[in-house]
Design a protein around this ligand. Structure first.
Ligand code: SF4
Ligand code: SF4
Length: 144
């Protein structure tokens, strides 16, 4: 499962379109609104987490761009506090990208930040809050 967080900026004339609904219905993408600031006939902004097939997410974003919606990817930096993690392995069951995984030889729970998509599923699931995520670095999403 591909998961990324985007900042969307809507022009005045399309800020009232039900884009989230359209992404779900037309492209079979899960869309989770993390923040929204949209008023009628004003430019709007939304922080949206999109999950689904990578090509579907790309098509969905291209669809938004066809309405002059500006799309930026919100980079997430995820870290694991090794002092707190007690290697319970719960997070490996929810991590959609394989960034958290079990090494069979010694059953160690490992974290590969390179594979992490910043979906945040492990952050809320970890019983001791060992996974920490910081959002804020934005980069233009020329691709997905
Ligand atoms: S759920 Fe938390 S404590 Fe358990 S292995 Fe994952 S990061 Fe470590
Ligand atoms: S935020 Fe956590 S669950 Fe999501 S991809 Fe990264 S390590 Fe895996």
């Amino acid at each position: 499962m591909y998961a990324r967080i985007y900042v969307l900026r809507f022009p005045k004339d399309s800020s009232q379109r039900p884009f989230t609904y359209e992404l779900i219905k037309k492209f079979d993408i899960e869309a989770n609104i993390l923040k929204a600031d949209i008023l009628p006939h004003r430019e709007g902004m939304m922080v949206l987490e999109l999950r689904g097939n990578k090509n579907s997410v790309k098509e969905g974003l291209d669809y938004l761009r066809s309405f002059d919606v500006e799309v930026e990817r919100l980079a997430a930096e995820v870290r694991r506090d090794e002092k707190i993690c007690f290697q319970c392995g719960s997070c490996t069951g929810v991590c959609p990208s394989g960034a958290l995984y079990i090494r069979r030889e010694d059953m160690a729970v490992l974290f590969d930040p390179e594979k992490c998509t910043g979906c945040m599923l492990c952050v809320t699931l970890c019983p001791v809050r060992a996974m920490d995520i910081s959002l804020g670095k934005k980069e233009h999403a020329t691709k997905t």
